[in-house]
Design a protein around this ligand. Structure first.
Ligand code: PLP
Length: 396
């Protein structure tokens, strides 16, 4: 291994939200917790990213800045190389984050009261965005069979068929269940939505964190007939640990939708990016691939550790290795503990901060989401703490 992912780097006294005692206290009611919640990684970003930023710092002037041709090329080349997706520069709209992108798309394309489909259990800011923009949440809940999640197409067909339903926020790959949607599944979603004039906002932020033999398919790259109905949101933030750089992209072939989006951004004077983040994004897409491949191997090692430990020390828990993402979605329902109580026990007794299953909406009760993008020793310690809580429970 060229890169050292085992290195434990102190983040407690930094500006990290995940490790901040103030944030932990606010979110969980305790400060001294081992944090495996927020989805960023406890790893250094790739060396070329840090070098590119260092060069900017060396230069030392951080005035108003514009994105260069090279920046756009680096994004386009990455999409073509990794996903065989050929995009044009004018399809790319800068966003200060993927969650921001969801908010702006809803504001730009929808009216208050419009119905928006999500597929719970799912990344909870989707629901907040829908509610904050005064739209209506429509849940097309995923179906779970023995740890494998699938979409409920019959239900989707019905909900998309309601003329008041205007948009689906798709999570592809899916956080927290870790599914990489197959070509067939994606075609079906696109077909149902297009037929019913339901726009799809496809959040593909986890698209690079896919484990072999699975392959991510860009929804907008599947069939010509669906392309104009799809807005893709993506970012280098999960892939290269750049979430704090606040840089994401919406990629959209449909010029009318782009126009609406640009209008909403202009109205809020959004679009400027920092020179440091531009340097980081460009370097990541241009030179980050070797690092990414090693990262994926390391993360697979963590998955193996989780699988073995759950089998040995948490016999009633169920863990299906994710096909993508660095998030383990573990099913503790057979312990028979109420979901909220389970979450509280992890904090109070285990001294560990995890995303509670209940945060993700319907179907999340009794699950915990463990962010395993951290050194293996940290994952080990987290699993010991979880097992400690549940095994104590068993003795009662
Ligand atoms: C599906 C999904 N979308 C968006 C985000 C966050 O994106 P951003 O930080 O760019 O707003 C996350 C972070 O966990 C995520 O899992």
């Amino acid at each position: 291994m060229k890169f050292n992912f085992d290195q434990r780097i102190e983040r407690r006294k930094t500006k990290s939200i995940k490790w901040s005692s103030e944030v932990l206290k606010n979110m969980f009611g305790e400060e001294d917790l081992l944090p495996l919640w927020v989805a960023d990684m406890d790893f250094l970003s790739p060396p070329p990213v840090r070098e590119a930023m260092m060069q900017e710092v060396e230069h030392g002037i951080f005035g108003y800045s514009i994105r260069s041709e090279g920046y756009y090329q680096s994004v386009a080349k990455w999409m073509e190389k990794r996903f065989d997706w050929k995009i044009q520069k004018d399809w790319i709209i800068f966003m200060p984050g993927v969650v921001s992108a969801v908010y702006y798309v809803l504001q730009g394309l929808l009216e208050p009261g419009d119905g928006v489909i999500i597929q719970e259990p799912v990344y909870y800011p989707f629901k907040s965005a829908i509610l904050d923009t005064r739209c209506r949440v429509i849940n097309n809940q995923l179906i779970e069979h023995d740890g494998r999640y699938e979409m409920d197409f019959e239900d989707l067909e019905e909900k998309a068929g309601d003329p008041r339903t205007k948009l689906l926020v798709l999570c592809s790959p899916h956080n927290p269940v870790g599914r990489v949607w197959s070509r067939d599944e994606l075609n079906k979603v696109a077909q149902i939505c297009t037929k019913n004039n339901v726009v799809i906002l496809s959040d593909e932020i986890h698209h690079d964190l896919v484990y072999k033999p699975h392959r991510h398919h860009v929804l907008a790259n599947l069939k010509e007939e669906y392309r104009e109905n799809i807005i893709t949101a993506t970012a280098p933030s999960k892939t290269f640990n750049l979430a704090g750089m606040m840089s994401a992209h919406v990629i959209c072939e449909n010029s009318e939708m782009r126009e609406k989006l640009r209008k909403v951004l202009d109205k809020n004077h959004i679009g400027m990016q920092t020179p440091l983040s531009m340097a980081a994004v460009e370097a990541a897409y241009r030179e980050g691939e070797e690092w990414l491949e090693e990262l994926l191997d390391y993360l697979q090692g963590n998955v193996h550790l989780i699988r073995e430990t759950v089998k040995r020390d948490l016999p009633k828990a169920k863990f299906s290795p994710p096909q993508a993402t660095y998030l383990a979605w573990i099913d503790f329902r057979d312990y028979g503990i109420d979901g909220k109580v389970l979450e509280e026990k992890m904090v109070k007794e285990g001294k560990i901060a995890l995303d509670g299953g209940t945060w993700f909406g319907e179907g999340g009760d009794g699950f915990l989401r463990v962010n395993f993008a951290c050194p293996r020793e940290t994952v080990k310690e987290a699993l010991e703490r979880i097992a400690g809580v549940l095994n104590k429970e068993e003795l009662k």
